[in-house]
Design a protein around this ligand. Structure first.
Ligand code: AMP
Length: 395
């Protein structure tokens, strides 16, 4: 790892600002419905507590438009974090300003203070210099453990690092970089990438970057229909991106030249519309006019499962169908189970795919489930993530 990590820092008595990703779902009653992201930050926070830092936690929550919004307060997170840590967590009224500074002055080694949603300040997303300086003014040292926002150049992820002596990654960030980095550097073979989800345009960068590295792609979900259409198949009213046809065609030609297999669905669960109550049926090959492919069919599941069983390394990003609705979830859940039992090193891209493996009841059997959707895609596209580039080099 070329960047400093939290265990390279002298933390005792230091004011340590940790950028975490506490962007968790909270319902109307203020209840956190999924605390995965809070749990994922615990190793770093506990380490800082044990090493006597004064810990300031900084995060965004949701998309407040240009100012404070009580519905997007991190208040509920403080209680849940305290319960998970087994110690008190104070909640600050803001993330900068004299009141916050006064609170920090009263902190003792091992205390934890959760700062209020940094996006209550529009300067955060503008990577504003004065706001970055104000954040840095709260602390002696900075740690970024928010992999999910590492692809954004904001004040709390990039700007702040210009004003602090040392900026390091946390343990979650370190694990993410190691697990995703392994896919690009030295994957055990055969290495297959399973790509699905709604849009080709979101995944084309990953396809291009992984082409020289994988042994094959399994493509399902909405994005498969652009590839099938580009091959000349009838896809009815399935989701097709007109401006993705050419790039799908080129990708398939390039893959053929490089001897990389691209496996596409051959049968489908189809319906007239994306609706849990819409009548469904299965078809092989062509999809009739007026109907759309909403899940992969049983023959495709068998074919994809055989590839999964042979693999030693698997990356999976994007569901095989509209898995949120029962009639279209069989393909995604079958693949989740196949990946779980394959014995392969399995890395799940964040977002919908993470939710799908949880719903399928196999999350514990995956090697790594990324906490970053967009960030993991950009990493796998081979792009440098600004939140990581900004951290202090080890030498
Ligand atoms: P993404 O965020 O690009 O990974 O896309 C995830 C979304 O793709 C999920 O909400 C799925 O419901 C949707 N999806 C998967 N398969 C299809 C399909 N065949 N047609 C339309 N949407 C799909």
């Amino acid at each position: 790892m070329a960047k400093l990590c939290i265990d390279d820092l002298q933390l005792e008595g230091q004011r340590l600002l940790i950028r975490v990703d506490f962007n968790v779902p909270i319902d109307e009653r203020g209840t956190i419905t999924d605390d995965t992201r809070i749990r994922a930050a615990l190793p770093t926070i506990s380490y800082a507590v044990q090493h006597g830092a004064k810990i300031l936690l900084l995060s965004h929550l949701g998309r407040p438009k240009g100012g404070p919004n009580p519905k997007l307060s991190l208040g509920p997170v403080a209680g849940r974090l305290a319960a998970l840590l087994g110690g008190p967590v104070e909640m600050a009224e803001d993330c900068v300003g004299p009141q916050v500074k006064a609170r920090i002055d009263r902190m003792a080694a091992g205390d934890v203070l959760l700062l209020e949603n940094c996006r209550f300040h529009p300067e955060e997303e503008k990577n504003d210099e004065a706001f970055s300086g104000a954040l840095a003014g709260l602390c002696d040292l900075y740690v970024n453990d928010a992999f999910g926002t590492a692809h954004r150049a904001h004040a709390s992820t990039v700007g702040v690092t210009r004003f602090v002596k040392q900026s390091a990654c946390g343990f979650l960030m370190q694990t993410e970089l190691k697990q995703l980095g392994m896919l690009l550097d030295r994957p055990a073979r055969p290495f297959i990438a399973i790509l699905g989800g709604a849009k080709v345009s979101d995944k084309i960068g990953v396809l291009a970057n992984l082409l020289p590295k994988v042994d094959g792609f399994l493509i399902g979900g909405g994005m498969a229909y652009t590839f099938l259409k580009a091959q000349g198949h009838e896809v009815g009213s399935s989701r097709v991106e007109a401006d993705g046809l050419k790039v799908a065609q080129e990708t398939m030609e390039q893959a053929a030249r490089m001897n990389v297999a691209i496996h596409l669905p051959s049968d489908h669960v189809i319906a007239e519309r994306i609706d849990v109550n819409a009548p469904t049926r299965q078809v092989d090959g062509s999809i009739p006019v007026g109907l759309m492919g909403l899940d992969i069919g049983p023959a495709t599941i068998s074919r994809f499962t055989r590839e999964v069983e042979r693999a030693k390394t698997i990356l999976w990003n994007g569901p095989m169908g509209v898995f949120e609705m029962r009639p279209f979830q069989a393909g995604t859940f079958a693949l989740a189970k196949a990946v779980a039992t394959s014995g392969a090193h399995s890395v799940i891209g964040g977002g919908d795919t993470a939710a799908a493996v949880v719903q399928a009841g196999v999350a514990e059997r995956m090697t790594h489930i990324s906490t970053g959707g967009g960030a993991s895609l950009e990493f796998l596209e081979g792009k440098e993530l600004p939140g990581i580039a900004a951290l202090t080099d080890k030498n």
